[in-house]
Design a binder for this molecule. Sequence first.
Ligand SMILES: [Zn+2]
Length: 129
Amino acid sequence: MTVTREGRICSFCGEPGGPGTDLPLVGGLGAQVCARCVDDFHEMLHDEDLMAAARSAFPWESMTDAELLATLPMIMASAEQNTAFAHEWVDLLRTRQVSWAEIGRALGVSRQAAWERFARKSGDKGATA
Ligand SMILES: [Zn+2]
């Protein structure tokens, strides 16, 4: 699986962004956040009423069923983006000749389990390395 920098979405609002778009994305550990969400969260962090509301309940607890259903595809897209990022990360490690045993150790699984999870999708046939 090859993940490009294009086609990324904001993990918080689901908007497509990144290079080649008008919506900058920054992120880490697979999560991406757009400039608008950064601005919204920044505003919230400096508003006592909004912070009190955020501390009292998760926002989705007051969402309607229709809102929850409309959000579900974005949650799945974000999850898929994170999974793709993990594959991209493992591909990078393999390009650097990091062994499946080391990758498995980092994940707390066997070399074979790491290979089964990541190699088949990336086309890496080096199960013994
Ligand atoms: Zn966003």
